[in-house]
Design a protein around this ligand. Structure first.
Ligand SMILES: [Zn+2]
Length: 92
């Protein structure tokens, strides 16, 4: 099961009718939110271009880029967001 599928399942559960939700504690509902937030970080997002720097699309931290694409950050070092570098290295 992919992160996207789990997120939509949890989002769907959160939209259950109030009569069902009453049996869930606020902690249960908060745990859905925390899980959704954590799972969203596993879905790679394109880095943001800010004045010729590559930055995390979530928290804005500058992402290290070196000439060798193997040294690119695949996850943000601050918030853990997965980074999608596809079509970034085609600089021509
Ligand atoms: Zn970040």
């Amino acid at each position: 099961m992919e992160a996207k599928e789990v997120i939509s399942e949890l989002e769907w559960l959160k939209k259950m009718p109030a009569s069902t939700i009453k049996i869930w504690s606020p902690v249960t509902i908060r745990s859905f939110d925390i899980s959704i937030e954590a799972l969203k970080k596993r879905i790679p997002m394109k880095p943001k271009d800010v004045s010729s720097q590559k930055r995390c699309p979530v928290c804005g931290r500058r992402l290290p880029i070196k000439e060798n694409s193997n040294s690119m950050a695949w996850f943000c070092g601050r918030c853990g967001q997965a980074i999608d570098w596809s079509d970034q290295d085609e600089d021509v």
